[in-house]
Ligand binder design. Structure first.
Ligand SMILES: Nc1ncnc2c1ncn2[C@@H]1O[C@H](COP(=O)(O)OP(=O)(O)OP(=O)(O)O)[C@@H](O)[C@H]1O
Ligand SMILES: [Mg+2]
Length: 288
């Protein structure tokens, strides 16, 4: 990792820790702090680390020596042509696909390749697939409640069992995803964009440390896309996010650092302006 990235990581780390734990005692650079059980080790300024990851399907190299670093609180955009391996990369991070080679770490100490898909979700990595999968017959609020309580909510009466803190969190998420006015509405009656926000809300109530979002604005109207950009900008810093999108207007709206994937590896990385000016990126993706 180059010194610039290390420095950015350090700055992010301290901003992130302040956001996570606003007590004054938690300030400072974050180095030398003891790692509590269940707490992520972010001392190297990265929440996710992929090194030389490769996977082939029937001899086809979908991911080839992919290396990537995500800083705590970062909002990373990933772009690239169809078949570049963007979704496969998310499959690997979430444990759905096992790579043939390489290293995948969550924080400095958690080797994700040693964990199951369910364990990885428990560790705090939330994933949003392209198609919304909300429970259509249930209300917006019930969907969020179910996501918060998991299977426990199904066992007994749903009502009156949330703690005050949990209710506060639901209210906060409802406001963030702008569905407070629609909380009683059956999810099946929401617009496509609203369903997508509800599903993001269902991830947020679980307070994931890292959110993976695969083509979150596909099929959205322009105003819905704009609202989604505002939502992601509001989430930045509090959650680390990896956003895969083909909609360049949306990327432009939210981008800080952009990674271009092609043929399963990083083709270019930098600000949007930097990658847009890169001849190789223009050739394989933007110039089409
Ligand atoms: N489980 C699998 N079995 C076989 N081939 C696969 C599997 N998963 C992905 N692939 C192949 O790997 C390549 C990368 O696919 P992937 O879906 O990751 O691309 P992508 O960058 O997400 O593309 P898009 O922008 O179209 O969503 C494709 O050629 C795809 O067909
Ligand atoms: Mg994909």
């Amino acid at each position: 990792m180059n010194p610039d990235l290390m420095e950015q990581g350090r700055e992010r780390l301290s901003a992130h820790q302040d956001a996570q734990n606003p007590s004054p005692a938690a300030g400072g650079a974050g180095y030398g702090r003891r790692i509590e059980p269940g707490q992520l080790d972010l001392t190297h300024g990265r929440i996710l680390y992929l090194d030389e990851v490769s996977v082939s399907f029937d001899g086809f190299r979908a991911i080839h020596k992919l290396s990537l670093d995500i800083a705590p609180g970062e909002l990373r955009c990933i772009i690239g042509p169809n078949g570049a391996g963007k979704t496969t990369m998310m499959d690997i991070i979430t444990g759905k696909t096992r790579p043939d080679q390489g290293t995948v770490f969550f924080g400095g100490t958690i080797d994700l390749l040693r964990h199951s898909e369910a364990e990885i979700a428990q560790l705090g990595i939330g994933r949003k697939f392209q198609r919304p999968t909300v429970f259509e017959a249930m209300s917006v609020y019930e969907n969020l409640e179910l996501a918060l309580q998991g299977s426990r909510a199904l066992s007994a009466s749903l009502w009156g069992r949330l703690s005050g803190a949990q209710k506060d969190r639901l209210a906060e998420v409802l406001a963030l995803i702008r569905l407070a006015d629609a909380m009683e509405r059956p999810a099946g009656l929401l617009s496509h964009g609203q369903k997508q926000w509800l599903e993001i809300g269902m991830l947020l109530v679980q307070d994931p440390k890292l959110l993976l979002l695969d083509e979150p604005v596909a099929g959205m109207t322009d105003p819905e896309t704009e609202r989604t950009a505002e939502l992601f900008l509001a989430l930045k810093g509090r959650h680390s996010m990896i956003v895969v999108e083909h909609d360049m207007g949306f990327i432009e709206r939210i981008a800080e650092k952009v990674t271009v994937l092609a043929e399963g590896a990083v083709l270019a990385e930098g600000t949007l302006a930097q990658v847009q000016a890169d001849e190789r990126v223009i050739e394989v993706y933007l110039g089409r």
